[in-house]
Design a protein around this ligand. Sequence first.
Ligand SMILES: [Fe+2]
Ligand SMILES: [Fe+2]
Length: 178
Amino acid sequence: MKSSFTKITSKNDKISDMIRVNQAGEFGAQKIYEGQLAVLHNDKTIREMLEQEKIHLETFNKILIKRGIRPTALSPIWSVGGYLLGAATALVGRKAAMACTVAVEEVIEKHYKEQQDMLEKDNKEKELIKIIEKFRNEEIEHRNTALDHDAEDTQGYELMTKSIKKITKLAIFLSKKI
Ligand SMILES: [Fe+2]
Ligand SMILES: [Fe+2]
């Protein structure tokens, strides 16, 4: 009895961590695009990606509330950090901003893929699985859009994307528990 209870709790904890980190990630993504737009005054392509991130964030905000999951305590840091990352890369240039998008979206897309695999056989989470699948596809689109807009032509592309990927992974790691 006790062991099965522990099992259920830890599974719920895992899903709560998942939703917390997704909400944090979408919040960060929105801030990055806002930072980019502050520099690249209403770039149409970036604006379109931001609009989708807003829907992603709103969706996870709602799920968070519905399930009574506390949000990450790190929001203020992700707010400033995301915005600065977006603005800084945009200041380097539009291609650098696109490189930032490639790096962030690639990490988020893989992260969603891991969640998809984890939830695959969970019949109670079909709705959540659908959401993750849809958002993952949109993150892949964002990455592809950024590649189409010459992300790879920015100077120091490899180093830049590697560094941003590391930062994004660290943010994901921290947002799971804090
Ligand atoms: Fe997103
Ligand atoms: Fe995205």
